[in-house]
Design a protein around this ligand. Structure first.
Ligand code: GLP
Length: 274
């Protein structure tokens, strides 16, 4: 799948322009014209801005000498990759890029800033409650001990991107229930106000479809594909400081990982036989 150039900057509010990106007439030849056209369109999207209009199926068919069905199939694949979206009766437009979360332990605020987006949150719940059994287990507390329950809609350039439900041990962070976490980063608050820096985390990631309630809060249709991420975070002293269940819109978010292969792993074992 095409990765958009990092120079592309997200435009707030999904501004729409009506000037279609222009390409010279370039008939495609040989096999797999649909695949070739898809690659050309991925390239076009990578150099476009969110809200730019794609040429119509008819224009693509004429420009590249392919059947309209072929043009439609190539656009369909771009739609399913989340690179573009159709607006009924108007055309196909370049979508907002996904926000990438790197493999390192970053906060939502940092992920947005890296993408040149303005982070903000809507706080749905921020209260101290007794830990239920499962939450106590995750936070390594006894059931009934006080925990801060924090539920936030996380936004980038005012667009809702994720829904996060966090629990933190309330005794370790007294007063956190009164901090304005609509405007401030949780991780920055923990470091500045409590001298506690998140140091390591474990994450479990799964593909899910958003429930009615989640989709409503994230302003997308029910059953939109999403990533469910559960994170358990520890401080430098090894204590568990948060357990978070989040859902991130699949069309606006991706995870990047970096793999390291142990040297010598691919080498065949020498035969034992003399
Ligand atoms: C990410 C993580 C959460 C963490 C949050 C802190 O979204 N998935 O586990 O609580 O960042 O974000 P911030 O410091 O911006 O409030």
């Amino acid at each position: 799948m095409a990765t958009r150039r990092s120079s592309r900057r997200a435009t707030a509010g999904g501004k729409r322009r009506d000037d279609s990106p222009r390409e010279p007439l370039r008939p495609l030849t040989g096999q797999a014209k649909g695949q070739q056209l898809q690659e050309l369109l991925e390239d076009l999207v990578s150099s476009s801005e969110p809200g730019d209009k794609l040429p119509s199926e008819r224009e693509l068919a004429a420009r590249y000498g392919v059947a309209r069905m072929t043009a439609r199939g190539a656009i369909d694949r771009l739609v399913s990759q989340g690179l573009v979206h159709r607006i009924h009766g108007q055309g196909t437009y370049v979508s907002e890029p996904r926000v990438a979360q790197p493999a390192s332990l970053t906060s939502f605020t940092e992920d947005m800033v890296t993408r040149d987006m303005t982070p903000s949150s809507i706080v749905l719940a921020q209260e101290v409650v007794p830990a239920t059994g499962p939450i106590a287990l995750q936070l390594q507390l006894a059931a009934g001990e006080p925990v801060l329950r924090l539920e936030r809609i996380r936004r980038g350039d005012d667009d809702p991107i994720a829904l996060e439900r966090s629990h933190l041990p309330a005794r370790r962070f007294p007063g956190l229930e009164s901090v304005d976490l609509a405007a401030r980063s949780l991780y920055e608050t923990l470091a500045t106000d409590y001298d506690c820096e998140p140091a390591t985390s474990e994450q479990q990631i799964a593909a899910v479809a958003l429930t009615d309630a989640e989709a409503h809060l994230l302003h997308v249709p029910t059953a939109t594909p999403a990533l469910r991420i559960e994170r358990t975070t520890r401080a430098r002293d090894g204590g568990v400081i948060e357990f978070v269940r989040s859902v991130y819109r699949g069309d606006r978010f991706e995870l990047r990982t970096h793999q390291h292969r142990k040297a010598g792993t691919s080498r065949a074992e020498p035969d034992d036989a003399p």
